[in-house]
Design a binder for this molecule. Structure first.
Ligand code: GAR
Length: 573
């Protein structure tokens, strides 16, 4: 059961408003005052709510003995020390638009200052008076005719509605449906399960390695899945992979008014069509490599670039559709292969680009339809091995953070944010910018419309924010007020693959591995049979750790995993 303490020093009208709002809920409220004769205690008695007089000096001991999910300061006129604040989640209501008019008599001071607007703010509590991250606020226009009394009445009216609604939002728990089968989705599941805001985690398509992290749903198609999601009161859906996005899963869930973290079919084209992405970048002055479109073998003659140049399948190719041609014969071979259907329909159209030299980065951001919030830069290792001619894979490892000029990232984010706003991209979800830092500055290599795999594995271990809250703020279009924070230590991921990956992976080999607390293991291509684990796909699992000794811990464990054909890179991070 959810337990909430309301601290007040005086009148307690906010306390009463909260109690009346939640009158039929199962939440257990208590009232605490630092003043023995505070009117709020009388209100509590009348409303049949447990109440306590706790002298200020005894607050620490009181909260040590009594645990609460939330502590609400509603007219509690004391500054709590860090030691006390560490004992719970504290919010405060203040009768001004913070940071203006902190402290006592805020309404009167705002009134006398003849400001145009004042209002009410609810914020997390820090050791500083009326500071801390803002959770909710509401503005009131001050007209010349308004008296102080009228302003006070108006402010209290707003407080009595804003405070209970904000509490409701803060304590609500969410049902989430996670769609996808790989190690990326396993890492998402792991992070979601750590959230105090998670009610139930539902899974669709999970592999045998993380099926037991949630309730598994079965459906023949997305339409049916959306109906089942509706029946199960899913609050929002997190779609991991581009395949479902490109098939239009988000458009179907939108019909059922179920919010998604994922782009609709139109915007998924930023990933599913390289030419669509290029045109978007051109229209919005987003720096990228020059390009031409190739659709027949004859077009090769029209390619204006010197070797080496880059050949990309226009459509989706599971991260494997990019090749570099070093000379004419290589270019001809690759283009021929692509046009002949190496990636089926995806390579019937080809984008050829000038080659850019520089350091590559994966910048994964969340977009809420108006605000773009970048995560820390990460790096993935696309090639099967470090040699020049090695084939591209879905990703053999990742690391974050990658040291980068913060200003470059911020400037780039502003450009992309402006473009998405201008083009009215209304979806909410991840956008992955594959970036390269060239001598001419930052340029975009590609967009993906989901978080990367294996970047997600390292980012989820680094991310300090609660993932449920973060995604909720995204679907509620409230990223503007969200601050992201990440651990300073290195987070790394080494992918274990099957022999023959990426072309013809060998599967069905038994896996043996010891239990370990030192690493996080995220499964990708595994099958369970009679309690034994077998390889089932090209990429088998991700071995990850975030901490001071992450590289050694990960490689120590990588060496302990055994199966025939185990393939990995030894140079990650
Ligand atoms: C409220 O207006 C609240 O915003 C303010 O005290 C009043 C308490 O009224 N809090 C602060 O000024 C905090 N700095 P109430 O006791 O009737 O709820």
């Amino acid at each position: 059961m959810t337990k909430i303490a309301i601290f007040a020093s005086g009148n307690g009208s906010n306390f009463e408003a909260v109690i009346r709002y939640f009158i039929n809920s199962s939440i257990e409220f208590i009232c605490v005052s630092d003043k023995k004769d505070a009117f709020v205690l009388k209100r509590a008695e009348k409303l049949n709510i447990k109440y306590f007089y706790v002298p200020f000096e005894q607050t620490y001991d009181f909260l040590l003995k009594n645990k609460f999910d939330l502590i609400v300061l509603a007219g509690y006129m004391r500054i709590l020390p860090k030691k006390v604040l560490q004992l719970g989640k504290f919010i405060n209501i203040h009768p001004s638009l913070l940071p203006e008019f902190k402290g006592k008599n805020a309404i009167e001071r705002a009134f006398k200052s003849k400001v145009k607007n004042t209002g009410v703010t609810i914020h997390y509590v820090t050791e500083e008076v009326d500071s801390g991250e803002v959770i909710a606020s509401k503005k009131i226009k001050l007209t010349p005719q308004m008296t102080l009394k009228e302003l006070e009445t108006k402010i209290h009216e707003i407080e009595h509605s804003l405070l209970p609604k904000t509490i409701e939002k803060l304590i609500r728990k969410y049902n989430i449906l996670l769609i996808g089968s790989g190690a990326r989705e396993h890492a998402f599941a792991d992070k979601l399960l750590k959230s105090e805001y998670l009610n139930k985690l539902y899974l669709f398509g999970a592999n045998d390695g993380f099926k037991d992290s949630g309730i598994n749903l079965e459906a023949q198609n997305f339409e049916q899945l959306a109906q089942i999601a509706r029946q199960n009161k899913i609050d929002f859906v997190l779609i991991g992979s581009e395949t479902q996005l490109a098939q239009g899963i988000v458009d179907i869930f939108q019909k059922y008014a179920i919010p998604c973290i994922g782009s609709d079919k139109y915007w998924t084209q930023l990933e599913s069509s390289k030419s669509f992405a290029k045109e978007f970048m051109k229209r919005n002055n987003i720096p990228c490599a020059d390009y031409v479109i190739v659709q027949t073998e004859k077009d090769i003659k029209k390619i204006p670039f010197t070797y080496p140049y880059v050949i990309k399948a226009d459509g989706l190719a599971a991260g494997k559709g990019v090749c570099i041609a070093n000379n004419e014969s290589e270019a001809k071979n690759i283009i021929k292969e692509y046009l002949n259907g190496k990636f089926k329909e995806s390579s019937k159209k080809i984008v050829v680009e000038e080659f850019l030299a520089g350091e590559e980065l994966s910048l994964i951001s969340l977009w809420d339809g108006n605000t773009l919030k970048p995560f820390i830069p990460a790096r993935d290792y696309k090639k099967l091995n470090p040699s020049i001619n090695s084939p591209n894979t879905g990703g053999m490892g990742a690391v974050c953070p990658v040291e980068t000029d913060k200003k470059l990232i911020l400037d780039y984010t502003k450009i992309l944010e402006k473009a998405l706003r201008k083009e009215k991209a209304k979806f909410t979800g991840f956008i992955y910018s594959g970036l390269i830092i060239t001598s001419e500055g930052i340029k975009v290599l590609e967009f993906n419309m989901r978080s990367g795999d294996p970047e997600t594995q390292v980012l989820m271990l680094s991310l300090e924010n609660d993932l449920v809250l973060l995604l909720k703020n995204t679907v509620e279009k409230n990223l503007k007020n969200t601050k992201l924070s990440f651990k300073k230590e290195k987070s790394i991921c080494v992918v274990l693959a099957s022999n023959g990956y990426p072309n013809t992976p060998e599967t069905g080999n038994e896996i043996t591995m010891p239990f370990s607390n030192d690493v996080n293991i995220y499964y990708a291509g595994v099958k369970k049979q009679k309690n034994k684990l077998y390889t089932a796909k090209g990429r088998v699992m991700s071995i990850c750790n975030c901490g001071t000794d992450s590289i050694n811990k990960v490689y120590d464990y990588v060496n302990k995993v055994e199966y025939k054909g185990k393939t990995f890179r030894s140079d990650i991070a």
